[in-house]
Design a protein around this ligand. Structure first.
Ligand SMILES: CC(C)(COP(=O)(O)OP(=O)(O)OC[C@H]1O[C@@H](n2cnc3c(N)ncnc32)[C@H](O)[C@@H]1OP(=O)(O)O)[C@@H](O)C(=O)NCCC(=O)NCCS
Length: 162
């Protein structure tokens, strides 16, 4: 494990929080107008990657996506807002939580349509895992999400396939 970033200060989850807003078009959907799950996953991965790279200030790659839930359909024309925050950091690995919300722009109704946890690994300039800054837990929510994230990461590593 490289330590290029080991001396970086701790950072709070709010420093790397990201929100991405995208409009859904016919090319994103099936003929009935339902947006493809894979299209939504692409945006989940992208916004989670912004959080991971903001936090680590290094390259970071996806190693796992889990608890992906498509709770409600997303339709062509909807405005999709993806909110992402970092919950947990181990050494190089970081758990990012993403919530997707679809807005019907005519009615203004907003619906939570999906959630996911994405694990990223910070990489050094040689492409090797490197330490990400530790999390500065500022709020009760930060502390709760950190503990929950830690438990999920332990489960993930138990099920990890090499
Ligand atoms: C990321 C990568 C360099 C890690 O290499 P590796 O040999 O698994 O490295 P390690 O075993 O040292 O693991 C590095 C970290 O990743 C974590 N990790 C690896 N696989 C994981 C998984 N499935 N779930 C959660 N964490 C995982 C390890 O726990 C470790 O975390 P820590 O540093 O916080 O303790 C390598 O898996 C890789 O290149 N994967 C492809 C990434 C990619 O291209 N993603 C885009 C989608 S295809």
């Amino acid at each position: 494990m490289s330590s290029e970033k080991a001396k970086i200060r701790e950072k709070s989850p709010s420093e790397s929080h990201a929100e991405v807003i995208v409009r859904m078009f016919p090319s994103d959907a099936n003929p009935a107008g339902n947006v493809f799950g894979g299209e939504i996953l692409k945006h989940i991965d992208m916004v989670a990657g912004i959080v991971a790279q903001r936090h680590s200030q290094s390259n970071a790659v996806t190693v796992s996506m889990d608890s992906v839930n498509f709770l409600k359909p997303v339709f062509v024309g909807n405005v999709l807002t993806l909110n992402a925050r970092i919950n947990y950091v181990h050494n190089s690995s970081m758990e990012i939580e993403v919530k997707a919300e679809a807005e019907d722009i005519v009615t203004g109704i907003k619906t939570v349509t999906g959630t996911a946890f994405v694990t990223f690994v910070a990489l050094d300039t040689n492409g090797k895992p490197t330490h990400a800054p530790k999390l500065a837990l500022k709020t009760d929510e930060d502390r709760t999400k950190f503990e929950e994230g830690k438990l999920r990461m332990e489960k993930r590593l138990k099920n990890r396939q090499k």
